[in-house]
Design a protein around this ligand. Sequence first.
Ligand code: COA
Length: 705
Amino acid sequence: MDLEVLNGLLRPKSIAVIGASNKKGKIGYTVVENLIESQYQGAVYPINPREAEVQGFKSYPSVLDVPGDIDAAVMVVPAKFSVQVTEECGQKGVKGLIIIASGFSEVGRKDLEEQVVKTAHRYGMRVLGPNIVGILSNSDDCNASFAPFLPLPGKAALVSQSGALLIAMDASTYTRRVGFDKLVSIGNMSDVNFADMVEWLGQDETTACISLYIEGLKDGRRFMKNALNTSKPIIALKSGVSAHGAAAAASHTGSLAGAGQIYDAAFEQAGVVRASDLNNLFDRTLALSLQPPMRGDNMLVITNGGGVGVLATDAAERFGVPLRFAPEEVQTELKKHMPEFGSAKNPVDLTGMAGRDWYQHSVQYAFAHNWVNGLVVLYCETAMTDPMDIAQGIEEAVRLSGITDKPITVSFVGGEKSDTAMRWLVEHGIPAYDGPDIAVNAMAALREYARNKELANMEGPRFSDVDEEAARAIIAKARENGCCNLTEIESKKVFKTYGLPVARTEMATSEDEAVRLAEEIGYPIVMKIMSPDILHKSDAGGVKVNVKTSAEVHEFYREILKNAQAYKADARIQGVAIQEMAPWATEVIIGSVNDPTFGPSVMFGLGGIFVEILKDVTFRVAPVSPDQAFKMLEDIKAGAILAGARGEAPKDRQALAEVLSRYSQMITDLGDEIAETDANPVLVYEEGEGAIVVDARIILKEHRA
Ligand code: COA
């Protein structure tokens, strides 16, 4: 990362506005007006060939006429002038371009966009946009955009791919009381993309939390790497996850939205917290920008009302942080400051009689107790208590506890007084929400952040006993024959080079050879037709299982060939595969895709109805370590079956995790060749007895990448 250049672009000390205008209602007018109104302290240079002065600033015909240095140039001239203007900025030594103008890749002019970026890079400049609103920064008093005003000050930075949404969120920072230091519109991402922004914001001292609105990433792997390297929480709202939504996002930004499930996986692997919608993005950003992560599973809820307590309990389960009872000693202490009919379990119900003292005592004690990893404090406005009094009690308790590495969230349910009290809490660093479920959801975000970060660091060593060269040789040979689909036998050979346990399978081109191979492998065996023209072998009558004698081999060999011919007269027949018949066991499916955003990704699910009807599968961007693979086995709803549900013996999950991990290494290493693969089924035996790939398929990319 060229820090100096990006600092110049994103925290400029001097700004040229190319297309600055004296005509109210034009974007070139608003940008200059906004710089004035935000009290920007750096130099402002309006560029306009027809004006001597723009809104009180001396104007220049070109950036080349400006006497001082220019960090950033905001471009508000029509797209057709962009290349020439970029060239001039380059000659001037401008560091970065903020291209507000539309009319580039989003309307099919990718060529123009590429020309601008190429020109900019020739001079070492970076480009933000085009097709953006601009940048806003409270700590720099800089509104270099046509958004109405600087956002409510805070510690988060928002990067948005949608300009309109950024403008809308700008205004709502005030109504929602969620503060941001920076808003950055990223638009077409012709050059600076999310990966760059995460890297830059990661080191920016005025940013505590990185909040993203994403329609589609351009460089998924780099984004993941940079997110992993960032010590600040990142929260992402990804739109376009539905099939229809994905199409809308693609036409809107000119970029492709990836499949929802792989995004889910990639974010989790990169330690990125998800937001489910705009409200959720605000709520979670508030918590992540004000509070430390929740580093364990124990969340305690303190309330003065049973109803909100139950709502919080439900929400806790829904958002993945289910409540557990606090240990006896915690309950005993909490009991001291509540009436007989209160409850010290979890939620802790101080009852409607609770005033500031009871709140303060319970919060201070609970917050400091080792068992508690996160505290949610709820309050229903009563006639007997003053919300501000309670708020101050909570804040004082937190402060006096001396604990700073543990999170707290609050919800007050009531009227104006509760609202005022919650504002006060937020101003004092305690996120407060008007619903108990929202306070719990915010705490869940803090837990998700800590959990994702722990998992994200689990990347293990590679398997060294693999033979990539041999795998490539098998693929090259298949390509020589003009093939894009490897046969089952070839696929299995490739699998074996990565140490994957495959059911032995050999090709027989005559009846005698079939018998010889069957005897070598040992009965019973499976026989299958081998033809590039017959994909659904069973439908073609091309499979025989449990073949037990040489007489049967002879008989079935002829029968299979006859069936194949009847099924498709001109099918090219390579022979009949003779395969070891593995004893039946729990069936799982492993698959892979080469995702356009994240590259090779691995899928796992249980066979049969679990995959086909329930779609109970999980994805990871490859490669995954055996530990991460083990987590995949637990991720699916049917995971309990592998762990040994309903009296069944537990399955060999260690062996299966190793298979997944090796497989993920194979699809990563050979990612330039392989489009898709699957191992279906893989049979998993009881603990200690391993797993075996029964059928394997590799589809190559049309052209090597
Ligand atoms: N250098 C400097 N100034 C130039 C120039 C050049 N090479 N060429 C033209 N100008 C001046 C014009 O004379 C004009 O000044 P004036 O107001 O004093 O007449 C000013 O720059 C703007 O040019 P103009 O041709 O009037 O364009 P415009 O203001 O109508 O529109 C854009 C310019 C960039 C705003 C418009 O093309 C556009 O892209 N709008 C969409 C912006 C948007 O929505 N972005 C995405 C948000 S999500």
